[in-house]
Design a binder for this molecule. Structure first.
Ligand code: PHE
Ligand code: ZN
Length: 849
């Protein structure tokens, strides 16, 4: 097909081996020169040499020192092809020189500039905007880099070789694909550190930031050292260069990037101080530092054969960073947070027009596949594998993976094979998880007779785009049984479901137990279980599995809210069931805070849609607000006590324990604000000494529609701080009364601080609006229209970010015909825009379905 679709089935190995790359950069904002020397070995006689290249001005090209003539090659918008007739049969050297303009690069892909600093982003296909090269992950080579530029700090991958005023040379001995290349040049200062590996190698560590930010790097540096140590103990993986550099940059499309030895971070995920970062920022920073560091082995030493295999590195590395955070902080709380995110975002994706398998088999623009499905569902699949083969089996499989595939570019098939070889199991059926989209529905029914409990499961996976029929999956279902007095009579066992319908028996039980099913959320499925409120309340009070304990309360809250959205009053049984949880001082505050967190409006819309109803965003918003008020009324005394007792004295520490206390305290505050008109929140805002409390108080006031003074004060205080101002833009829109959201978005877009070309700022404003569920989906269509206007405006400047943000529209088919028509009009309008990027046009095409 000529519509630009790339297919997995068309994969062919590259016909040349690249044995060495030498790059020379002469930096200048408007006209940077890049000279590249590639040592090439032909692998298929007669094959032309096809190199990717975009937006490059070719200055010269030579083979073995001989300049190429005009008949020797073909130059197009997308690359350079040197005809076979012009190529030697023996190994040869290709030298090219090109000119590029980093200062004109607003897409932030390739070599670009951010506040005077040169910076690269090459994943997935940005290297082709730097020089002509086989820009595909299965071409791996060692790189030598020389940078010339009048800037004090000149960085690239690998180890430093030599430097002088205005130049530096780097050598990366580990063969790597071009997407891991990086270069940074600027007026930067280092927050230094060092690390001694398990085998005694000394590693220099640096976090490079703009002058003035160096006092906000301490936390990230300590997180890096914890990550390095953890990868040694948990996976036996040591760092492999003399130096590890991290750079913080303000203009960045994503969270961070794992370039070999030179990670580049969105400054939002590095810089932190108690005054400017919240507890959840600190937790995310630690997780992202770990994630990028862990890629050194899972991603860099072993990379992906092609971009269809993206979840090979991302699913595994997310799983690793989740395990790390679970050990650094509170494991069960981390698991619950991860499942909340998975269900809110990945289940939503899986049920809409953008659904795709963790390993897709076609795409037009790979940047559109850095998704929650590839990342988060990819991580869940690794978690299921681990549950199936056990801890020791998992470690054996990973050891084999590193042993067998170090230095290679691999596939999901390679990955599953190491599990098969290490465990002796057949994973053919398990593979469906990787290659099919859609969230399985798992229905369970119970039968009790003659001291025997029978659990019967039925699974089915709904159709998704391009995949109508789904085979049964191999599903690990962790189950435990509790006696009516709360004792555990059968500890957690993993049932392996492989059929469409399957029964499992538990024999010899004196009394009928209560089953705790899908413990620890052992598979990413939607569990359908007819369960009454009393049973859920029992599990909320007694389940020995913390995830399912939380889940029982969450299911109660969800059922209650779904009824309220259709006109019912709050469920007294749910309100009663919360009492013991609030009062139980033996429960971690962070866990109790999660129990007070109601399902989001978007999740409720998802649940109503799944139940065959048409969600009404206004009714959902009203139901949620009413339930918060009802909880506050019913538990006012307990919540006030919590609010007082959970105050954390002394200087701020970002650790899990005090953060959990603050989370519980702020959850109580949000509820109490519904009764006290915001008095407590206003007081806390005035006295807060850290961003967690200041922002929590501000958010509670915004939700009340009573934050005018505080919003202004916050702006005055923080207008010089980019990261804090992102929060200011986001929170006003995300939490304000929905009727105000679209109008406020228009006003904020006029604010001189709305620097829309900065991805963080753009995401703060648009993401804030789309997070305001009833506001974004306002029946007037004003939210949709505003949002579409800005996607159209951003697209020519930064297509990648515009395309990512378009996912706000992915739920449109849930709603009533009126809203559907409004969204369809906006999608049509975007699609009709001339010159639309490949990124956004693919997204809009898929969204329109
Ligand atoms: N590979 C990065 C990560 O997950 C994400 C990323 C993708 C960053 C593409 C930039 C561009 O760690
Ligand atoms: Zn990653």
């Amino acid at each position: 097909m000529m519509d630009g679709t790339i297919r997995l089935a068309d994969y062919r190995p590259y016909p040349f081996e690249v044995t060495q790359v030498a790059l020379l950069f002469r930096l200048a904002p408007g006209a940077t020169r890049v000279r590249a020397r590639l040592d090439l070995v032909p692998r298929q006689p007669g094959a032309p040499l096809r190199l990717d290249g975009e937006e490059l001005r070719l200055i010269s090209a030579a083979i073995d020192g001989e300049a190429l003539g005009g008949n020797d090659y073909l130059l197009t918008e997308t690359g350079l092809t040197i005809h076979a007739a012009a190529l030697p049969e023996a190994p040869f050297t290709l030298e090219t020189e090109v000119e590029i303009a980093p200062e004109a690069n607003t897409a932030l892909e390739g070599l670009y500039m951010s506040k005077g600093m040169y910076c690269t982003q090459c994943e997935a296909e940005g290297f082709r905007k730097i020089t002509f090269y086989p820009d595909r992950p299965d071409v791996m080579a060692p790189f030598q880099v020389r940078i010339e530029g009048d800037l004090p700090v000149l960085l690239s991958n690998g180890n430093p070789v030599a430097q002088g005023p205005g130049w530096a040379e780097w050598h990366d001995p580990w063969p790597k694909p071009a997407y891991l290349f990086a270069l940074v040049a600027g007026d930067l200062v280092a927050h230094p550190g060092s690390f001694t590996t398990a085998s005694g190698r000394e590693v220099t560590l640096n976090i490079w930031v703009r002058p003035g930010d160096e006092d906000r790097c301490g936390f990230a540096m300590e997180a890096l050292k914890r990550s390095m140590r953890w990868d040694e103990t948990a996976y036996g993986r040591e760092y492999d260069l003399d130096i590890f550099n991290i750079v913080a940059v303000d203009d960045f499309n994503m969270g961070a990037m794992e370039n070999k030895g030179l990670n580049i971070f969105n400054s939002k995920w590095v810089l932190a101080s108690p005054e400017t970062a919240t507890d959840s920022d600190f937790e995310r920073i630690e997780a992202i530092i770990a994630h990028e560091y862990f890629h050194n082995w899972t991603g860099n030493r072993i990379t992906c054969r092609d971009w269809f295999q993206l979840c090979l590195k991302e699913g595994l590395t997310v799983f690793r960073d989740q395990s790390f955070t679970a050990e650094m902080r509170l494991g069960p709380v981390k698991r619950i947070e991860d499942v909340i995110l998975l269900r809110a975002r990945q289940f939503r994706e899986d049920q809409g027009p953008l659904a795709h398998p963790p390993r897709p088999d076609h795409y037009k623009e790979i940047n559109n596949f850095y998704t929650v499905t590839v990342y988060e569902k990819g991580a869940e699949i690794v978690g299921m594998l681990k549950r199936l083969v056990g801890d020791a089996g998992y470690r054996a499989a990973l050891d084999l993976y590193f042993d067998r595939h170090d230095g290679q570019a691999c596939t999901i098939e390679d990955w599953l094979k190491v599990f098969e070889d290490a465990s002796g199991r057949d994973l053919a059926q398990f593979k469906h998880w990787y290659v099919e989209a859609g969230t399985p529905r798992l229905r369970v029914s119970e039968d009790w007779a003659e001291e025997r409990l029978t659990l019967t499961f039925e699974q089915s996976t709904p159709p998704s785009p391009g995949q109508m029929e789904k085979a049964p999956r191999h599903i690990p279902i962790a189950v435990g049984l509790l006696s009516p007095n709360g004792d555990e009579v059968v500890p957690t066992t993993v049932l392996e479901m492989t059929e469409a319908r399957q029964s499992f028996c538990f024999e010899g039980l004196a009394t009928r137990p209560v089953a705790s099913i899908l413990r620890d959320f052992s598979a990413p499925v939607i569990l359908e279980r007819a369960q009454n409120g009393a049973e859920r309340a029992f599990l909320l009070a007694h389940d020995t599995d913390p995830f399912n304990r939380w889940e029982a309360g969450n299911a109660l809250a969800r059922a209650c809210l779904m009824e309220m959205a259709e006109g019912a009053g709050p469920d007294g049984a749910y309100l009663d069931a919360l009492g013991p949880v609030l009062a139980d001082a033996a429960l971690d505050p962070a866990f109790r805070a999660l129990c007070l967190r109601l399902p989001s409006e978007d999740e409720l819309a998802q649940a109503l849609h799944a139940a065959g109803k048409i969600p009404d965003p206004d009714a959902i918003h009203a139901a949620r607000a009413a339930l918060m008020r009802a909880i506050a009324q019913r538990h006012e005394a307990a919540l006030s006590e919590i609010y007082a007792a959970m105050a954390v004295p002394g200087p701020y520490q970002p650790d899990a324990e005090p953060a959990g206390r603050r989370a519980l305290r702020l959850a109580a505050l949000a509820l109490l604000s519904k009764l006290d008109g915001g008095a407590r929140a206003r007081a806390l805002f005035a006295e807060a000494q850290n961003m967690t409390e200041s922002f929590g108080a501000l958010s509670a006031l915004i939700a009340l529609g009573a934050a005018e003074a505080e919003t202004a004060a916050f702006r005055t205080r923080w207008q010089g701080d980019r990261l804090v101002m992102d929060k200011w833009f986001m929170a006003q829109l995300a939490y304000c009364p929905p009727g105000l959201a679209a109008g406020l978005a228009r006003d904020l877009a006029e604010d001189p601080l709305f620097d829309w070309k900065n991805p963080n700022r753009f995401r703060a404003l648009m993401g804030g609006l789309s997070a305001n569920h009833a506001g974004f989906h306002d029946r007037s269509g004003a939210g949709y229209q505003f949002y579409a206007d800005w996607l159209i405006r951003l697209d020519p400047v930064n297509p990648q970010t515009a395309a990512r943000m378009s996912t706000a529209f992915e739920t449109w088919r849930r709603f009533d015909p009126g809203r559907q028509a409004l969204v369809r009009d906006e999608l049509d309008r975007i699609a009709a825009t001339t010159g639309l990027s490949r990124d956004l046009s693919e997204m809009v095409q898929r969204l329109r379905g």
